[in-house]
Design a protein around this ligand. Structure first.
Ligand code: GDP
Ligand code: K
Ligand code: MG
Length: 298
């Protein structure tokens, strides 16, 4: 009887904004680590999600989508992050949406064309299909366009067919032992995860352009007894945006804080006291130096 060799490797999750990359990462890990919303720019940084199962370890790299519009420093930063992730991995998972093929998808497909790395195309959101027969023409078209790719229809939200996706990925991982300890799930700090949770609530609660002009900085993160004390500043570009986030009599920021606290308590498995305030710091999203000071550096 021969034993399966242990495998370990890196897998980049790429695709245009909003196809469901971060949702996929969370479902694969069985835990909400990456923030998700209906808006592009929700994910701004590359982030590792580490899944260890027995001898095998898959290290997923969630990426910001490739942003077609690279006029601002923050968008150029996100594009560099996505492009660099796709280069140094063992497998690339290219996430697309069933039925909808856009210019953004084409941009990603063009970038991937020259790559020698094994390619898996995950056709996501199949739960939105009433008639599964509708999927077949799209799968055939994709297969024709990407003859060397393996194509797997999935629903990241419902978890449909993710076993099949993982199996295909695993076949391409090199043999080897764990890179990370088995209890480590990400390369990101707890402070980073806390800031992201606050930003998710803002992305989800506020319409239009405000969320794109917001970043969050954790200023205190300290365990005192059984309670985690977290203070975070929400940085915006203009005074008007500050008023919107605070809301009428502070209603909005209270809601953002209470939803964020609940997620933090789940993630950190601790009682959390969360303190939020809003600061105007104009120009942060289009100033390379300000971006670096806020942790947007590569
Ligand atoms: P990302 O920008 O590619 O990381 O996309 P997100 O993971 O943030 O997801 C964008 C939106 O698509 C969110 O509203 C998700 O809830 C939704 N979404 C992701 N996967 C699925 C899916 O399999 N089915 C459906 N119906 N919605 C999904
Ligand atoms: K999104
Ligand atoms: Mg994302």
């Amino acid at each position: 009887m021969s034993e399966q060799p242990s495998r370990c490797g890196y897998v980049a999750i790429v695709g245009r904004p909003n196809v469901g990359k971060s949702t996929l990462l969370n479902h694969l890990l069985g835990q909400k680590l990456a923030i998700t919303s209906r808006k592009p720019q929700t994910t701004r940084h590359n982030m590792l999600g580490i899944k260890t199962e027995g001898q095998n370890q898959i290290i997923f790299v969630d990426t910001p989508g490739l942003h077609a519009d690279a006029d601002k420093a923050i968008n150029r930063y996100m594009n560099r992050a996505a492009a660099s992730a796709a280069r140094d991995v063992d497998v690339v998972v290219f996430v697309v949406e069933r039925t909808r093929w856009t210019e953004g998808d084409q941009l990603v497909a063009d970038r991937l064309r020259g790559l020698k790395t094994p390619l898996v195309i995950a056709v996501n959101k199949v739960d939105q299909l009433e008639d599964k027969g509708e999927l077949l023409p799209q799968l055939l078209a994709l297969a024709e366009q990407h003859p060397r790719a393996e194509i797997v229809p999935i629903s990241a939200l419902r978890g449909t067919n993710l076993d099949a996706l993982e199996k295909v990925i695993m076949q391409h991982l090199p043999e080897g032992r764990h890179f990370f300890p088995e209890d480590q799930i990400t390369d990101r700090s707890s402070r980073f995860l806390a800031a992201e949770i606050v930003r998710e609530k803002i992305m989800r609660q506020l319409g239009a352009e405000v969320p794109y002009q917001v970043t969050v900085e954790v200023e205190e993160f300290a365990q005192e007894g059984s309670t985690l004390h977290i203070s975070a500043a929400i940085l915006v570009e203009r005074a008007g945006q500050k008023r919107i986030i605070i809301g009428n009599k502070g209603e909005r920021i209270k809601q953002i804080g209470s939803q964020a606290r609940q997620d933090m308590e789940r993630l950190f498995d601790s009682k959390v006291m969360l303190n939020l305030w809003v600061k105007v710091k104009s120009g942060w999203s289009d100033d390379e130096r300000a971006l670096r000071s806020l942790g947007y550096s590569d």
